[in-house]
Design a protein around this ligand. Structure first.
Ligand SMILES: [Zn+2]
Length: 501
């Protein structure tokens, strides 16, 4: 492997991160003249940002290699085959962690290790049933799945009348009618939202906090319209939270959209009673792991550029998009750079996090252990599905984003040249207080919530080319962040103290 890397280093010498050459040599002055936006004194050479020719060669090399012999799909297929059910705390997660360890070694990463964290162990159980009885005596089988973290109903289930509300706001309007009933939150994701992520953010409160709020008014269970953009009858699970220790708990489940519409239609005709059975339970916390590997840096090796996703997944599907894709892309982005002989100035660290879906123990544990001292310069997360990339997001002020945006030009050939203002993710968020800049892969997410947290989140719903292109985009920007001077991401707002989180 080392021989190959050395060979590639020679072949790719103008494009690699030999910063001394780039800072002073002819490549920078020859290549950077057409794109020098930014404030007076902005100098790509001084900031160790390669010139256009270098970036073009690098982008083309990554695209050619990624699209001809990329491994993102191979990694994803392995993960989803070896550990299709890998919720935190489960035996499946342990298989996933073993896969991650082996994949990082095979990719050529160094210092590969597991770092332990304590994670919750919630178990769905076998039984998930919901039958509605309408006012005319007819019965409707509703497609239902337990929300992550819910208590079970007990073996006889819960039978009660249903009251429909429009999200958490709607609950407040009928709070005096809730006692003894099942609250049915039926707020849809807003079709006019400009992004599906925004629509999800608006509607998801009823899933996360619906049970906690409804129990205050005497509800006996909650049903929630799935956070989904596809009109089918696959229910979508996801995390929910109860109130503080000792507060009352009621069962909570998601309904498929067709089931939600049928229940709503029946309620318009008269009273509806449902019987809900869920076997879910929470067992004691267990020890599991973040899995970490590195491409060691050179002159800035004590500084970190992190790339990652989360290794755990809801077990109703196999977590192919959420977030098997992000795991596969993170390992693949590092592998591509290694294969091309890229020797980063900063250490490039791949972190596959535990327990993103129902607790963030992996993310918080990582930040607690490694955040202090401010070694993390940039952290990039992929957790929006393995869909066609548009570019990356960077949570820096507009002047920084505008200045760096033109650097994405080699990815324009595949429509992924954008640098969006804003980015980040759940797993890297805990690094923010330590001065880390956060970034994320941005994809065309029109279809993401068709699959998200449902039985449809399967390998066959991931397109190998889209997945691989995401890894290429990540590798491209990671190389820039691994080598540039810190001031390349500095904003005029930094001096005024007005720095966004
Ligand atoms: Zn995710």
């Amino acid at each position: 492997m080392r021989c190959t890397a050395l060979l590639m280093l020679l072949v790719w010498a103008p494009a690699c991160s030999d910063a001394g050459t780039q800072a002073t040599g002819p490549i920078e002055s020859g290549g950077g003249s057409s794109m020098e936006p930014g404030p007076a004194g902005w100098s790509r050479a001084a900031l160790r940002i390669p010139g256009d020719e270098v970036l073009r060669d690098r982008g083309n090399a990554l695209l050619d290699r990624g699209l001809s012999a990329g491994k993102a799909w191979h990694y994803l297929k392995e993960l989803c085959t070896l550990a299709p059910k890998r919720l935190s705390g489960s035996p499946g997660y342990e298989k996933a962690a073993d896969w991650a360890f082996d994949a990082m070694i095979a990719a050529g990463l160094e210092n590969v290790r597991r770092e332990s964290v304590m994670v919750p162990r919630w178990v769905r159980g076998e039984i998930e049933r919901c039958v509605a009885e309408a006012s005319d005596g007819s019965k409707i089988d509703l497609a239902v799945t337990a929300l992550g973290g819910t208590i079970g109903t007990g073996p006889v289930g819960i039978t009660a009348e249903v009251i429909e509300v429009d999200g958490l706001e709607g609950l407040q309007k009928v709070k005096n009618e809730i006692s003894g009933r099942v609250v049915f939150y039926n707020r849809p994701m807003r079709a006019t939202a400009r992004t599906t992520g925004a629509a999800y953010g608006e509607a998801v409160g009823q899933r996360v906090n619906g049970a906690r709020e409804a129990v205050k008014y005497g509800a006996v269970a909650v049903l929630v319209r799935s956070m989904s953009t596809k009109l089918d009858d696959y229910p979508h699970t996801g995390a929910m939270r109860y109130g503080e220790e000792g507060s009352d708990k009621i069962p909570a489940a998601a309904l498929g959209l067709i089931s939600a519409d049928r229940l709503s239609a029946a309620l318009k005709q008269g009273t509806v009673r449902i019987t809900l059975e869920l076997e879910a339970e929470t067992l004691p916390d267990v020890e599991q792991w973040n899995v970490i590997g590195e491409v060691p840096g050179s002159d800035l090796r004590d500084e970190i550029v992190l790339v990652g996703g989360h290794l755990d997944a809801w077990e109703v599907g196999s977590g192919a998009h959420d977030d098997g894709a992000g795991c596969a892309q993170s390992v693949e982005a590092a592998r591509l750079l290694i294969e091309h002989g890229f020797r980063p100035r900063r250490t490039l660290r791949v972190v596959l996090f535990a327990n993103e879906e129902n607790g963030l123990a992996g993310a918080n544990g990582y930040a607690d252990r490694h955040g202090e001292g401010g070694a993390h310069f940039v952290a990039m997360e992929s957790d929006s599905g393995g869909l066609g990339p548009r570019g990356i997001g960077l949570a820096r002020p507009r002047d920084v984003v505008d200045r760096l945006q033109p650097l994405g030009f080699p990815l324009g050939a595949v429509g992924a040249e954008r640098l969006f203002a804003g980015g980040g993710g759940a797993d890297i968020g805990p690094l923010l207080p330590y001065g880390c800049f956060v970034s994320s892969l941005k994809v065309n997410d029109e279809r993401y919530f068709d699959y998200h947290h449902s039985a449809l989140d399967q390998l066959e719903n991931v397109n190998p080319r889209e997945l691989q292109l995401g890894a290429v985009v990540m590798a491209y920007w990671l190389a820039i962040f691994a080598d540039c001077e810190r001031d390349a991401l500095a904003s005029v707002a930094d001096k005024s103290g007005d720095v966004p989180g």
